[in-house]
Design a protein around this ligand. Structure first.
Ligand SMILES: Cc1ncc(COP(=O)(O)O)c(C=O)c1O
Length: 371
């Protein structure tokens, strides 16, 4: 039998071992989920259960075989109109959507210019495409423009709109203009912006930037599961033919699509939750800036990264907070670059101002001994 004990010991020595949990994590304050509007943690309502009545529990096949259900088509229409693009194609997760979009759109003779801090699913999609990939330093428009001068049958730029581990954003209008000058396509992953930023529609819609493909996830602020790639009709048809994570995978369960549709409509219209989230986010940033835990940042959104550097120290602080009843994950390589381990604090509309005050107080106490 193959044995991984030595490999696990090596991970442990590097401070990179993650133990699979055998318990459901519980805490007084959960500051590490992407459930920005608080929907995911709510028990399913009777109204939602009723809406699911009659929907198939499983799609039974890939969309291309006989897996398409009315619920998929409705959900696709709803998310496309929410983000302001002509069509959308549903995937079973954001990971599958990014891998499928990049592998499907970018050919082996193409050039893909990718931000150094793009999510693993984008990186894996780039690899699967077999395109030439130019990784450019994070949010460096000059490097990006220079990279776009490299040869490629088609050229692409891929970026997150609100970076998951850093809570910052590229200048999307500038990226679109650079793409247009180079004849390149723009692919934007709005995983952490959808439902949260730009009045919930994401940053492309807010800034009037039309990407060639927009990836939105339904498992974060929307509080369900799945994801979509929104685009023109022809791009959708191309992905339908070429995106392997769509073609060779069973379509999402119609029940889950119904649940997602219910939550998409709610997230689209729930400006009160977004206002609450904004207010709690402002409070958290201002308290953490006042106590010297973070510096003011250009984007002060619900993702608050607190850089620590050392892997073990980040885990110690996270454990200390855990003992005090606060869930804040230590984010370590390979999720972030080596030497940049951090606490990633996320704010949710489900928190109360008192909980945010307690969170920032405990963070300040825990970090005092470790900065
Ligand atoms: C930027 C980004 N894109 C895509 C994904 C993948 O989304 P999902 O969790 O729906 O697979 C994530 C999830 O962590 C993410 O942070």
């Amino acid at each position: 039998m193959v044995d991984f004990s030595d490999d696990l010991r090596l991970l442990q020595a590097e401070g990179l071992l993650r133990d699979p949990t055998s318990e459901v994590p519980t805490a007084r304050i959960n500051a590490c989920s992407n459930d920005y509007l608080g929907y995911g943690r709510e028990p399913v309502s009777r109204a939602t259960l009723l809406a699911c009545e009659g929907a198939g529990t499983g799609a039974g096949a890939s969309r291309l075989i006989h897996g398409t259900a009315e619920q998929h088509l409705q959900l696709e229409q709803e998310v496309a109109s929410w983000v302001g693009l002509p069509t959308a194609l549903l995937f079973s997760s954001g990971y599958a959507a990014n891998v499928g979009a990049l592998q499907g759109l970018c050919g082996s003779h193409d050039l893909v210019v990718s931000d150094a801090l793009n999510h693993a699913s984008i990186i894996d999609g780039c690899r699967l495409s077999r395109a030439k990939v130019a990784v450019v330093p994070h949010l460096d428009p000059d490097a990006l423009r220079r990279a776009l001068e490299l040869p490629g049958a088609r050229k692409w730029v891929v970026t997150e709109s609100y970076f998951s581990m850093d809570g910052d954003s590229p200048n999307l209008p500038e990226l679109r203009a650079a793409c247009d000058r180079a004849g390149a396509g723009l692919i934007v992953d709005e995983a952490h912006a959808l439902g949260v930023l730009g009045d919930g529609r994401g940053l492309c819609a807010q800034l009037d930037v039309v990407p060639d493909a927009l990836i939105g996830t339904l498992g974060k602020a929307v509080g369900a599961q799945g994801a979509f790639v929104a685009s023109s009709e022809t791009t959708r048809t191309w992905l339908w033919n070429r995106a392997r994570s769509l073609v060779f995978s069973t379509a999402p369960s119609p029940v889950v699509a119904t649940l997602a549709l219910t939550n998409v409509r709610r997230a689209r219209d729930d400006h009160d939750a977004r206002a609450r989230l904004l207010e709690l986010t402002r409070q958290a940033w201002s308290e953490l800036i006042a106590s010297g835990v973070v510096q003011p940042a250009a984007t002060q959104g619900p993702i608050i990264p607190i850089l620590i550097g050392d892997n073990e120290r980040a885990v110690q602080v996270s454990n200390e907070l855990g003992r005090a009843g606060v869930l804040v994950q230590a984010i370590r390589p390979p999720t972030v670059p080596t030497g940049s381990a951090r606490l990633r604090v996320t704010i949710s509309a489900a928190m109360t101002p008192d909980e945010v005050r307690e969170l920032t107080r405990l963070l300040t106490v825990a970090l005092r001994g470790h900065m």
